[in-house]
Design a protein. Structure first.
Lengths: 206, 206
DNA sequence: TGCGAATGCAAGTAAATACTTGCTTGCACG
DNA sequence: CGTGCAAGCAAGTATTTACTTGCATTCGCA
């Protein structure tokens, strides 16, 4: 693993564990197995380093995609939601720090919002296609439903550590959230036997 | 306003704005209009002060209550959800900091979880009563629906600052979330003309 | 008036922290 | 071999921060 990548990876780890102020250059250097001076020689300042680290982490996110042609909405949504949920849980420490420091350092934390915003749009557009295909009830509010599904995944990923008792088991949470939303939207299973979890394409390891 | 309360209030304000490490005793003293030494004489240490401040803030929360006898579930849920949402939004900075520092200082942030946990139980129990009263469809998953409504309010209160475009207008957000959940649960309006927003009792100013 | 408690003020201490400098060491490449 | 670059290492600096100490001031109250 090249030195620069090792430093960046250590920086997100330490930042996720301690936040900006707690992520001292000493700690980052130790975590990366590198001399503290090297950080400054490579990135100039602590702020630039952490900024680069967060950008690097959030940048290479290529989360799951929903299919252009809805075939089995319930299965497709479930697979997609599970991928988003897993991603949020994997990065939950960093996300929490970004959220809490957004007021003080908006330029850094702003990057962390692009992912969710984009995911929300993807979901909203997909639901629109589902309705256009006649697979959902006409009266339902797709946009609010999309927001709620996103919030459910988000709230679960953030809150499960502190209040495990109020969430469904992690293994089936995404599926259950999707089921409730599907019920609200009047989404029905397709007539023909569907392929399971079709259509989810890519999910980076990040 | 007595001195001790003034300090506690300044402490939550500064803590909400800067987090634990950023909430320096100097800043808190300035915000309270008090000499820095007074903080130590009154509370002993910075950690004890901030701990007391958070406990004081979250302790006096007496959020809204749902009625024991559901009469108009949609109206009652809407009023309740709006109160919870308003409360979360008012305290969102502090909540964000508590969440992000829970791993480092669990004893402080833990207090912030009691409210939501309790609210979730209140909601779940209420929905059970609604179903028992025959006002909801029998097959629906009440617990998951309760979790999703809580997460929707939470996600909205936390995320609206960063991604305002993906949420419904703040004035009607709670109502819309409740409507989707009601639809998922098959909750119907009562036959007789309901009183508006009945049953929500107390809401502290906090 | 006088006493005691609470608060302010000035100053100081020890530690942590971001960042610098100067020098050495090791490694690749001609 | 030797030249140059990248990294390590030791040491130092200026600032911030939690917390202490000693003393002056003020206020309530008998």
């Amino acid at each position: 693993m090249p030195l620069r990548a090792r430093i960046l990876e250590a920086a997100v780890r330490v930042y996720g564990a301690h936040g900006f102020r707690g992520a001292t250059t000493k700690r980052i250097a130790e975590a990366a197995g590198v001399n503290e001076v090297t950080l400054f020689r490579t990135f100039g300042s602590k702020a630039a380093l952490i900024d680069a680290a967060i950008r690097d982490r959030t940048g290479r996110d290529d989360i799951a995609h929903l299919p252009a042609q809805p075939a089995d909405p319930l299965a497709e949504l479930t697979a997609w939601a599970a991928a988003i949920h897993a991603h949020m849980r994997r990065n939950r420490s960093m996300i929490r720090k970004c959220m809490s420091e957004m007021e003080e350092r908006p330029e850094m934390s702003g990057a962390a919002c692009e992912g969710p915003t984009w995911a929300h749009h993807e979901l909203r557009d997909y639901l629109t296609r589902v309705r256009a295909a006649g697979l959902a009830a006409p009266g339902a509010d797709l946009i609010v439903a999309a927001t709620m599904l996103m919030s459910s995944l988000f709230g679960d990923a953030m809150g499960r550590d502190m209040m495990p008792s109020i969430y469904p088991p992690a293994s089936s949470a995404a599926e259950q959230y999707v089921r409730v939303i599907a019920r609200a939207l009047g989404i029905s299973a397709p007539a023909r036997a569907p392929k399971r979890a079709a259509g989810v394409r890519a999910m980076s390891a990040s």
